[in-house]
Design a protein around this ligand. Structure first.
Ligand code: OFO
Length: 169
């Protein structure tokens, strides 16, 4: 039986994934305008990934005979005082998304929607990877220090390539 409580949370997640995409797009644009091609490339790719997550939720909700609601998204922050502040915000946002996915899984269990609970496991695993990859970036930023942004900007692209080749392995 379809649960309207799960449907409501799945639609709320469509909005959160859409906002994630917009947030990372805004961050990418800021980084590009500040002359960080590597950081902006990482963030543009992240924005695309989040848009695809939003679409995954839209398709799942519609396939499951619920009705996906395409939301109006709030305007994301447009500027950051520095790169470290930006990536701390990425980490806080990913932690917020992880908690949100966990809340839907908990609701699925309560409502005995084991199909959706099973489908969400891919996102549970994805969030573990995403938090780990952002933590690796924050560690690298601490290592290089804020006076070595040229090196950081150059290296961040390969950090994404490393984790995406693991994903497709
Ligand atoms: Fe953080 O990736 Fe979407 O869910």
């Amino acid at each position: 039986m379809l649960s309207s409580k799960v449907e409501e949370l799945m639609n709320a997640q469509i909005e959160k994934e859409g906002y994630s995409s917009l947030l990372y797009l805004s961050m990418a644009s800021w980084a590009e305008s500040k002359g960080y091609p590597g950081i902006s490339e990482w963030l543009y790719a992240q924005a695309d990934e989040e848009k695809n997550h939003m679409l995954d939720f839209v398709h799942y909700v519609n396939d499951w005979l619920w009705k996906a609601v395409i939301p109006v998204l709030k305007k994301p922050t447009a500027s950051y005082s520095n790169v470290k502040v930006l990536f701390n915000d990425v980490m806080s946002h990913e932690q917020f998304i992880s908690a949100s996915i966990n809340d839907i899984v908990a609701m699925c269990m309560e409502e005995r929607d084991f199909t959706t609970q099973n489908w969400l496991q891919g996102f549970v695993a994805e969030q573990i990877e995403e938090e780990a990859s952002v933590q690796a970036i924050l560690d690298k930023l601490n290592l290089v220090g804020e006076h070595n942004m040229y090196m950081f900007d150059r290296d961040i692209v390969s950090m994404r390539n490393d984790s995406s080749s693991e994903d497709t392995a």
